[in-house]
Structures are given as C-alpha cells and as structure tokens.
Ligand binder design. Structure first.
Ligand code: ATR
Length: 280
C-alpha cells in the first residue's frame, strides 16, 4: 500500500490483539475499495483505554473496532451510541464523524446476515433457544427478537444472568430463562438453537454445551464458535440429520457492516471470506 500524508488511520482496540485477522482483512478492503487508510491492531490495557480513545480522536482516525475486554468499558468515552449499540449495551465499531465518536454494535446484525445468507432461515413464528447469557448472547438474542422471533429462551449456567437477559428481551418478544442443563424441553420446542458460550472452542473441542440427546432433527443448530469450523455440537447435530450453521459467517459479516459504517460502501465479502478461511 502506498502510504502518503493523506493516509488516515483505522484500527482495533483490544487486550490482547495478537490473534486478530482484522488488520489483514481491513487493509485488503481499503486496497480493494481504493481508500487511503491503514489499519493497525492496538493492544491497550484497561487502565489506558480512555487515553487511547482520546488519542484516536485527536489523530483523526476514520474509525476503529473494539474487542474484548473494552466493548462495554468504552461507552463513557464516546459521544453518541446508535440505537442497537444502546440496546445491546456494548460497542464493537466506532465511527469518527467530523470529530464526534459514534458507537455501533455490528455483532447481532452480522450474525443475522450470516444466518440468512447461509441458511435462509425465516424467524417468523419461530422459537429460539440461546445457550449463554454474556455479551454475544445479548447481541444475538436482541437482534433475533427484534427481527421477529416469536419466542426466545435463554439457557445459561448462571440462571440469574439468564433471567436478566430474558427481562431485557421481554421488551421485544416473549422471553424466558432456564438453567443450561434444564433446557431439554425448551430445545425440544425450538426451531433454532444458538450456542454463544465458549464451550467446544479450540483447544477444548471434545466438549459441548448441552448433551447430544437434547438435539432433534428439526432443529437448525448454530454455533458462534469459528475455530474449529465444526464444533462437537455441530457434528452431533449433523449426525442426527439437523441443519447446522457455523460461526465464521458472523465474524465476516460483523466486519462487513463495520466497513459500511466507515466508508458508506458495500464490503468485498468474497475477498474478506478468503482471508478468514485461510488458516495460518
Ligand atoms: P461473550 O462476550 O463471548 O459472550 P462472556 O460475556 O464472558 O463472553 O459470556 C460467556 C458465556 O459463556 C456466559 O453465558 C457463561 O456462563 P455464565 O454466565 O454461567 O458464566 C458461558 N460459559 C463460559 N464457560 C462456560 C462453561 N464452562 N460452562 C457453562 N457456561 C459457560
């Protein structure tokens, strides 16, 4: 890339950021779209978050991504939140609009686009069970509820957290909470099951969030985990003839939506997917 005095910065704020593929993907996006910008990953410890955000403001960043552990903590340092970020209570994308830092959350819409593109699943009159009640569960469940799911069950190890999230969801649709290992009946009624927990993630690939006999063939089983591409949960679902949906698409589409916020242009999805799928 030809860096000149007009090249503007973009970046990722996280802690740590060493395994992120965002720099590769976003620099390629800028090259393809002809945008004079360069994207770097910044490992910033929580104590320095405020200074980092103000630094990005004065250095006139186009925008930046935000990842663990800063997605909630960054909110007081921004000037505005869009409606979805406000509802989710977390930010993963910031746009610098003429000096005003606006926070967005593209995780939920990224998930929904991936689900629709890869499975054509329609949410109308559908019952959904979400495994987990953390940040990812919040983004996905609020998005699915707003997109028309008829009923959402939140199944979590810590039931009080499931109840908190179900209360929030109650504004958008019918919602209730259950303990993770008591979710059998709720899953039996469901059309879509989404794992948002880290159970089954590499290197602990032999475990699954719920026993295999909770699954049934009419279920679409979706896992936000993208490494391995097929978790034990998805393999078990396939074995009984259920449809499956892996986590790579969400990662891709949440980045694509960020690109749209920053550049007001459609993201080059195919090239972005090729980088993500390239194991290294
Ligand atoms: P994220 O932002 O990825 O959603 P998070 O906010 O830390 O991460 O949430 C992690 C979720 O995975 C939680 O729902 C957590 O359950 P608890 O609320 O009971 O902690 C769930 N989780 C993580 N490890 C788990 C495990 N070993 N067994 C059951 N649930 C687990």
């Amino acid at each position: 890339m030809n860096i000149t005095a007009n090249t503007r910065p973009l970046g990722l704020l996280g802690y740590p950021v060493t395994h992120s593929k965002s720099p590769q993907i976003l620099n390629e996006v800028c090259r393809i779209l002809g945008i004079p910008a360069t994207y770097m990953a910044y490992s910033v410890c929580p104590d320095h978050l405020k200074e980092a955000v103000n630094g990005m403001r004065v250095l006139n960043f186009i925008g930046f991504n935000v990842t663990i552990p800063h997605k909630v903590a960054i909110i007081p340092y921004l000037d505005e939140l869009d409606e979805t970020a406000e509802e989710i209570g977390a930010v993963n994308t910031v746009l610098n609009k003429d000096g005003k830092l606006i926070g967005y959350n593209t995780d939920g819409v990224g998930y929904l686009r991936s689900l629709q593109e890869e499975t054509a699943f329609s949410l109308k009159n559908k019952i959904v069970t979400i495994l987990g009640a953390g940040g990812a569960a919040r983004a996905v469940s609020i998005t699915l509820a707003k997109a028309g799911a008829a009923k959402v069950f939140i199944a979590n190890r810590t039931q009080s957290k499931a109840e908190e999230l179900a209360n929030v969801l109650g504004t958008f649709t019918s919602a209730s909470a259950v303990a993770l290992l008591q979710a059998h009946e709720k899953i039996a009624e469901s059309h879509l099951l989404v794992n948002t927990t880290s159970i089954g993630m590499s290197p602990h690939t032999e475990v699954m969030p719920v026993p295999a006999d909770y699954l049934h063939p009419k279920l679409l089983v979706s896992d936000l985990i993208y490494r391995p591409e097929e978790t034990k949960l998805l393999l078990s679902a396939k074995q009984i003839g259920a449809r499956t949906h892996g986590g790579l698409g969400m990662l891709l589409h949440q980045a694509a939506v960020a690109v749209e916020h920053w550049f007001n242009e459609t993201a080059p999805i195919l090239q972005m997917r090729a980088i993500l799928e390239n194991e290294d």
